[in-house]
Write a protein of this length. Structure first.
Length: 261
């Protein structure tokens, strides 16, 4: 009797083990296992397009990220073109006409205003060639104490003209977002060049180094901000030195037709 009971128990254990092995596992290992042994697992694959906006529920997030990079917005409330935006045009093979004005702090003379214009050509997107023509009053206010004794003006006030050439390089391109729907492209550029300054106190070649920023607000029109250092040998009242004259100028640029899109 005891042997029959043991044999019956072994038979029940073997039968339950076989049934457990015969149960199918979940089709997706990342889904939660069914809570009850009798729960039926759906073996049929989910049809494509059952998620929101016709997307597969399992691949919705990657598709949203990709659409955001393409500039269509990942969510309905994000607005259009939050991601990558193409530039309004390319600078390659285009001419640029700039109008500038600002303030110049002279090393040997008195600080004053400066106005001018630039004409540039870009053989490539990052490199350009520029010509600058500017004018600024040249006045030495410290002469007044000297001239008050003998009333002789040793340094007459005149207008200084400049004609300078330069090579420009734009190593950085950026996007600036001012409002919810407007994104402006921008370039940070460096320049270096040389030329002439026509004034009686300037004794030789003028060199320039500069840094600037251009904001492309509209097609073929951009804002610009230039900071330049004009370096030249200068003699004032018998004292000769190499002077650094820092100019801060702002203005507008107009772009002509060219090979870029």
């Amino acid at each position: 009797m005891a042997g029959g009971t043991v044999a019956l128990a072994l038979l029940l254990v073997v039968t339950r083990t076989g049934e457990a092995n015969a149960l199918p596992g979940p089709d997706n290992p990342f889904r939660d296992a069914p809570e009850e042994a009798g729960h039926q697992t759906d073996q049929s694959p989910e049809p494509a397009g059952d998620g929101e906006d016709g997307e597969d529920a399992t691949s919705g997030e990657p598709l949203r990220a990709l659409s955001c990079l393409e500039g269509e917005g990942g969510e309905p409330g994000d607005g259009a073109r939050r991601g990558v935006q193409k530039r309004d045009f390319q600078k390659r093979h285009r001419f640029e006409l700039g109008l500038l004005g600002g303030f110049v702090a002279m090393d040997a003379l008195s600080s004053t205003y400066i106005t001018g214009g630039t004409l540039s050509f870009y053989p490539s997107e990052d490199f350009g060639l520029e010509i600058l023509v500017s004018r600024s009053p040249a006045r030495f206010r410290l002469e007044e104490p000297f001239s008050s004794f003998d009333f002789e003006h040793r340094f007459p006030s005149r207008v200084a003209w400049q004609g300078l050439g330069a090579a420009t390089f734009s190593p950085f391109h950026a996007k600036l977002r001012f409002t919810e729907k407007s994104i402006w492209h921008a370039d940070v550029f460096l320049l270096a060049g040389a030329g002439r300054t026509w004034h009686s106190s300037v004794q030789g070649l003028t060199t320039q180094l500069g840094l600037g920023l251009k904001l492309y607000g509209w097609r073929y029109v951009s804002f610009r901000l230039d900071v330049r250092d004009f370096v030249y040998p200068q003699e004032v009242l018998g004292h000769a030195s190499t002077t650094h004259n820092i100019a801060i100028m702002g203005g507008l640029s107009l772009w002509g037709p060219g090979g870029g899109s």
